[in-house]
Write a protein that binds this ligand. Structure first.
Ligand SMILES: C[S@@+](CC[C@H](N)C(=O)[O-])C[C@H]1O[C@@H](n2cnc3c(N)ncnc32)[C@H](O)[C@@H]1O
Length: 314
């Protein structure tokens, strides 16, 4: 295993804005490598329910004996939606945190096709106990449907041609590894050399979209995140870190609805009311909190991070 650990992002801001305090009850729904859970525990909280849908992530931590060393840490293998739907969790937490996306370990060392730096199988599941790997999904989908998925998760204008090319390559037996998929993305998205100014590889955004599809992340965020609200105590706070504009917009709109700021959509969610002053939540971050230059230079992965927080009023 590598010594490259996941570098947690905006740790101080997470602790401050979630008002993490001694004696409180907190939940970290995306434990990863424990990069946010550890400072939350160090704040002297009463207990921290920490979970991840990737059992291997929890097992690596358990193998180090750290869970046993800290009786205030409860580790569970579960998704965000499962947490939100469990009545045991309702009206209970002082703070709930989620850091969406993949961990450094998953990206670089899981061997599940999250990276295109080396050839890996087209799997992309965060939870190996369930779900359908990318290769099986590609075997069973039409180009139009795949294009809609690519557009929904990435907003790429070239989603139709990309979907067609991916499926052509797949059915011709030319799409076996993550590097093959990156090559198709590059052939469609790279454009002429003088337009290739962007810092990220053209495949990056397609990989993000495929990962969101395989792990049903769009629904986890669109439905799971708003449902987390009922697990807060009055005065409790919910904070979500995102890495991509599609995810951030889902969180932003969900939070605005909870704070009564999108009354036209209020009927579609169980907790929304018409007037913001009567709304059950208050936006703590009207604009998202983002990492400063210093954090980005230490950790370039932080550069597109956005952090949003709301508080339950009553
Ligand atoms: C960005 S990492 C979290 C890193 C962690 N905050 C740290 O600093 O070590 C995201 C983690 O959340 C998990 N994850 C992503 N979406 C999830 C979901 N919907 N439910 C549960 N876990 C999820 C992934 O398996 C991954 O381990």
């Amino acid at each position: 295993m590598s010594d490259i650990r996941h570098r947690p992002i905006l740790v101080n801001e997470v602790l401050d804005l979630l008002k993490v305090r001694a004696g409180g009850l907190y939940a970290d729904l995306t434990f990863g490598e424990g990069g946010h859970s550890e400072p939350i525990l160090q704040a002297g909280v009463h207990s921290l329910l920490a979970q991840d849908q990737d059992l291997q992530a929890l097992e690596r931590y358990r193998a180090e004996g750290l869970e046993r060393a800290n009786p205030r840490l409860i580790l569970r293998h579960a998704t965000i939606s499962e947490f939100a739907e469990d009545p045991e969790n309702f009206d209970k937490f002082d703070g709930i945190f989620a850091d969406l996306g993949v961990s450094t370990f998953q990206l670089l060392h899981s061997g599940r096709g999250f990276t295109f730096q080396k050839p890996e199988p087209l799997d992309m599941r965060m939870d190996l106990d369930r779900g359908i790997p990318l290769s099986e999904r590609l075997a069973d989908i039409e180009a139009d449907e795949l294009a809609d998925i690519i557009y929904q998760t990435t907003e790429l204008r070239q989603s139709r041609v990309l979907a067609r090319r991916i499926l052509q390559a797949f059915h011709a037996g030319e799409l076996k590894t993550s590097m093959d998929l990156a090559a198709v993305a590059e052939s469609v998205l790279a454009g002429p050399p003088h337009k290739q100014k962007k810092r990220s590889h053209p495949a990056t955004v397609l990989f993000l979209g495929m990962r969101m599809w395989v792990n049903e992340e769009y629904d986890q965020v669109a439905q799971g995140v708003p449902a987390l609200f009922r697990c807060l105590k009055p005065g409790g706070r919910l904070g979500v870190l995102t890495f991509h504009s599609v995810e951030d917009r889902l969180v932003k709109h969900a939070f605005q609805r909870m704070a009564g700021l999108r009354a036209e959509e209020a009927q579609t969610v169980f907790y929304a009311t018409e007037a913001s002053e009567k709304a059950p939540a208050e936006l703590i971050t009207r604009k998202p909190v983002t990492p400063g230059d210093e954090e980005i230079s230490r950790n370039p992965r932080a550069r597109s991070t956005k952090f949003r927080v709301i508080e339950r009023r009553h």
